[in-house]
Design a protein around this ligand. Structure first.
Ligand SMILES: C[S@@+](CC[C@H](N)C(=O)[O-])C[C@H]1O[C@@H](n2cnc3c(N)ncnc32)[C@H](O)[C@@H]1O
Length: 273
């Protein structure tokens, strides 16, 4: 495989974590496509990323939050469009597709080239090579269908002003739609900026945007077209992670300074002033 630059390479890290979790007999995530991809792609996954059952499980719990939100959207809007920003090598389509929805991947050109090679799009899938911060990609979305935008493992790589502009851009362009996103807490963002975030032989790229879980409601101030903001909490978990999760979600300071997933619902056109 051609060498990827630092930000697109992060998609190999998340793919590897999903596959590592999915290989377990007691997995919290069913993702055979991720396992198949890791076996098929010529890349030294284990040498580069090492192995950590805890990280893989935490990653899978985050993924499950996104899957639940997208699956709920597809129940409400079976012919809707799921726009996956920074989708990398996510295999969510193979986990939750309903046979009728449209799927649009938006990612940087080198990642889209790799994705199209290893996960060729089916008839209801399309890939667009674009920088998500330049909102031209939104013109490619069919607005006659309801839209759910996902930004999983993406926004932390953007600058705070870019995150606000992206939220506002989505809210204004997709009335009645939603955006599901995740955030790393501020302390974690600072760790990556200081270059001290390493797992095995892998140095995580800087994550300039951090948001504490307790700051979630401020996401709504990005645009008056954001009608509601809601927390999406991980469910279940195995072993120590499963035992500590309820505490981590409710007891400060971790409860307010943990990684988080949130959904932003956008106002209908008729509700806007
Ligand atoms: C950590 S990976 C997450 C991939 C996938 N969403 C997942 O959860 O497995 C981050 C992805 O965001 C993409 N990305 C980062 N900055 C981007 C930008 N400005 N425009 C488009 N894609 C971007 C990277 O290329 C990469 O595929």
């Amino acid at each position: 495989m051609e060498e990827l630059s630092a930000i697109p390479e992060t998609a190999l890290w998340t793919l590897y974590q999903r596959a590592s979790e999915a290989r377990r007999p007691d997995a919290t995530l069913f993702d055979p496509k991720a396992v198949e991809l890791v076996d098929r792609i010529d890349y030294p996954f284990a040498d580069r990323f090492g192995t950590s059952g805890t990280l893989a499980q935490l990653q899978a719990l985050r993924v499950a939050c996104f899957d639940r939100e997208v699956a709920d959207f597809l129940v409400r809007e079976p012919r809707g469009t799921v726009v996956c920003l920074g989708e990398g090598l996510e295999t969510q389509y193979w986990r939750v597709d309903n046979g009728r929805a449209r799927w649009l991947t938006v990612d940087l050109p080198e990642m889209v080239a790799l994705r199209e090679q290893v996960l060729p799009p089916g008839p209801r899938q399309r890939c667009l090579a674009a920088d998500v911060t330049e909102l031209g990609w939104a013109d490619e979305v069919d607005r006659s269908r309801r839209v759910m935008v996902t930004a999983q493992g993406l926004l932390m790589y953007l600058r705070p002003a870019q995150v606000r502009a992206l939220i506002a851009g989505c809210a204004e362009r997709f009335p009645g739609g939603s955006l599901v996103l995740d955030a790393v807490p501020r302390w974690f963002s600072r760790l990556t900026l200081s270059g001290r975030m390493r797992t095995h032989a892998y140095q995580s790229p800087p994550m300039p945007w951090g948001m504490d879980a307790g700051e979630r409601d401020r996401l709504g101030t990005a645009s008056t077209a954001v009608a509601a903001v809601r927390d999406v909490r991980p469910i279940g978990g195995r072993g120590l992670v499963g035992a500590l999760l309820p505490l981590a979600l409710t007891v400060p300071p971790l409860a307010t300074r943990r990684p988080s997933v949130a959904v932003l619902d956008f106002a209908e056109r008729s509700e806007r002033s």
